[in-house]
Design a protein around this ligand. Sequence first.
Ligand code: PLP
Length: 398
Amino acid sequence: MTRASDLIATEHRLGAHNYKPLDVVLTRGEGVHVWDTEGKRYLDCLSAYSAVNQGHCHPKIREAMIEQAGKLTLTSRAFRNDQLAHLYEELAALTGSHKILPMNSGAEAVETAIKAVRKWGYEVKGVAENQAEIIVCADNFHGRTMGIVGFSTDPDARTGFGPFAPGFRVVPFGDLKAFEAAITPNTVAALIEPIQGEAGVIIPPKGYLPGVRALCTQHNVTLILDEIQTGLGRTGKLLAEEHEGIEADVTLIGKALSGGFYPVSAVLSNSEVLGVLKPGQHGSTFGGNPLACAVARAALKVLTEEGMIENSARMGERFLEGLRSIRSNVVKEVRGRGLMLAIELDPAAGGARPYCYQLKDRGLLAKDTHEHTIRLAPPLIITPDQVDWAVEQIAAVL
Ligand SMILES: *Cc1c(COP(=O)(O)O)cnc(C)c1O
């Protein structure tokens, strides 16, 4: 038995089976590449669901992490640390937000936003106690906590986990009429992914998000955009909302906020929403810790200073064009924005997973999603040659 198969067997025996990973055991990463235990190199076209936008083990983020790890890692928010204010300042300058709340995982940022908008609804908007409603979209993905899976429409995500918290209204994604019809005097917020990632890179029709923005303003509804996957350069802009010419009231970021080194997320707000949270009403032992802040500061710095966002736009166009030029009768649709791309296969093709295994054999790692879709999201530092090579491999297997 190889070492990799031993590791897989041990995982299978001792680990909960809540994931079904491709059977490749990785041991090292650098830039767009990862290596398995046998020394085989792969081009990573998932980037840990966009947490590694800056590329694997970016030397400058690593340096910041090691330096901070030798100084101070955790104080809790019972005391202050000398990194948090700098992260606030740099995030505010980058995004224009006025209030920031740091957490760890993406799901925690989502939960934080839900708590804040409910309280805002009662204290500022004047909704009667316990009547707050939040509009969410069908096929959403916002994380895995109890609060969040309660408004998922994916049977795998929710079946068997109830009872769930009330107060959520599900509407079809991309349908402005349905969105408008769901607004009531008790609506405190809408929680939307600007592009639905886990659903298979679903880009809403032109005009949908500006329409949602206008309706939210008109009805005093807080617009929360979950940019945990779309944000920080993935779509070729710092935030995906920029493609739509709109501004959310609350923006959620995570994943690439640490460049893959550490769980760091944040709620960014440009309204009075976060102002309703008073001491003792919300928190996290690790949220805003100095190690997380130092890592996030470095991750943001390299993202902007090394031109990764512009590269995402350019390479995304090249990748999309390459994918669109593939002649194959198993391809139903190719779509994408920036380096957030997907190939939807014809249902008759027998599912995306066998194609992902064939790509793996050719040295390209990609993940199937929702059975028939291959998602492609390489690190934002990918070069033209690497894009062309990826397109060649994909063309060969399709
Ligand atoms: C990944 C993701 C989350 C959840 O983030 P975790 O860090 O896994 O909790 C939430 N929303 C979106 C859009 C995501 O892609």
